[in-house]
Design a binder for this molecule. Structure first.
Ligand code: PGA
Length: 255
């Protein structure tokens, strides 16, 4: 059975005080949760501090991005080795905000996937369609293509220890999540698409949903058979809300 992962993507939010307060609240509220993996991805400048505050808790450290280079003259970048060095585990790549604001291509994202695998870090590959693509009935084609670029560079085995986050762009930060039925249909498609390459890997790969997940819609989303947790943005900045979402995932997958 797949173990869900609920991961908080803090995006460009926080300060030293918040890192301390939010993590200690999460440690309190989530110490007894079993059946769901948990991670947080603070801004890169706070990763080390976050790791310190996470201590020996079972909340893992994630990061929001990585460069494809290991070292050298690449001003402003952060490498896989640095992320490993400070104890990060799950690394988000291909987030729609990086695709849009930093012009990241599918090819660059596939390279990031490859360097993460090389470093034995776990990629969280974000995919998803825009509103226009959704309305034009292109959701499946867009998602398939975003995955194929990785599959063509590596192969299906690369998804052995990697996650996919299906995040419809129109649902991110809008308060309008995909309905559980809509999301389930796309997750099922994604799994069946990977199954064309490797059925066993497809069965095991964790596919998170992301886009306006909150305390009210979490249960319904997580009870869908192909939704394995979530990548949570805004709602991950509040310890109460994030904890409710984590617990919803843990319970949904136990029953
Ligand atoms: P949101 O963001 O939960 O604020 O919609 C999700 C994401 O971008 O990962």
């Amino acid at each position: 059975m797949r173990h869900p992962l609920v991961m908080g993507n803090w995006k460009l939010n926080g300060n030293k005080r918040m890192v301390n307060d939010l993590i200690s609240a999460l440690r309190n509220k989530l110490s007894n949760v079993v059946g769901c993996n948990i991670a947080i991805a603070p801004p890169v400048i706070y990763l080390d501090l976050a790791k310190y505050h996470l201590g020996n808790s079972r909340i893992a450290l994630g990061a929001q991005n990585v460069d494809i280079h290991i070292s050298g003259a690449y001003t402003g970048e952060v490498s896989t080795q640095m992320l490993k060095d400070i104890g990060a585990k799950y690394i988000i790549i291909g987030h729609s905000e990086r695709r849009a604001y930093h012009k990241e291509s599918n090819e660059l994202i596939a390279e990031k996937f490859a360097v993460l695998k090389e470093a034995e870090l776990i990629p969280v590959l974000c995919i998803g369609e825009s509103k226009a693509e959704n309305e034009a009935g292109k959701t499946e084609a867009v998602c398939a293509h975003q995955i194929d670029v990785v599959l063509n560079k590596l192969d299906a085995k690369a998804f052995e220890s990697a996650l996919i986050a299906y995040e419809p762009i129109w649902a991110i930060g809008t308060g309008k999540a995909a309905t559980p039925v809509q999301a389930q249909a796309v997750h099922k498609f994604i799994r069946s698409h990977i199954a064309k390459y490797d059925a066993a890997i497809a069965e095991r790969v964790i596919i998170q949903y992301g886009g306006s997940v909150n305390a009210d819609n979490a249960v319904e989303l997580f009870t869908q058979p192909d939704i394995d947790g979530a990548l949570v943005g805004g709602a991950s900045l509040n310890a109460d809300t994030f904890s409710v979402i984590v617990k919803a995932a843990a319970e949904a997958k136990q029953t």
